[in-house]
Design a protein around this ligand. Structure first.
Ligand code: RB5
Length: 148
């Protein structure tokens, strides 16, 4: 990984973030943890924004975002210009959102997926390349929507 991975969670995703961090440590993958650092209640948009900004600015390569469902994080992340976030709980979607959508943020639900599945999804997300080609036209159209 050329750049670190941005991590962020709310209280609903905190424990899953910690499990994924342990996995990234084992793999020697660098990350920046933008919090939260406990199960105390926080608001997922506040947590998503610094991690997404780090991806858009080029400081981080991709973001891994965690909340109770993964959905709130994905909604917040997709409001950030330049972020293409997906909320996944299956490996097929996770693989193809990298291959076809060039997704740069993966959102996981701490109340939806267990640590074992989450780690499998993270590995797929971090190691699957974007195919480009015909998909580039469609991804460019996503950016056009942001620029309306
Ligand atoms: C927090 O209770 C919960 O709403 C949040 O973690 C997330 O699931 C929202 O989408």
């Amino acid at each position: 990984m050329a750049k670190p991975i941005a991590l962020a969670a709310d209280h609903g995703g905190f424990e899953l973030k910690e499990a994924v961090k342990a996995h990234l440590d084992e793999q020697g993958i660098e990350y920046i943890d933008f919090g939260t650092n406990s199960t105390a209640s926080v608001d997922y948009p506040d947590m998503a924004l610094p991690a997404c900004d780090a991806v858009v600015s080029g400081q981080c390569e991709k973001a891994l975002l965690f909340c109770g469902t993964g959905v709130g994080m994905s909604m917040a992340a997709n409001k950030v210009k330049g972020i293409r976030a997906c909320c996944c709980s299956d490996s097929f979607s996770c693989e193809y959102t990298r291959r076809h959508n060039d997704a740069n943020a993966l959102c996981l639900g701490g109340r939806v997926v267990g640590a074992g599945l989450a780690i499998q999804l993270v590995d797929i997300f971090l190691h699957t390349e974007y195919e480009g080609g015909r998909h580039a036209r469609r991804v460019a159209k996503l950016a056009e929507i942001e620029n309306r």
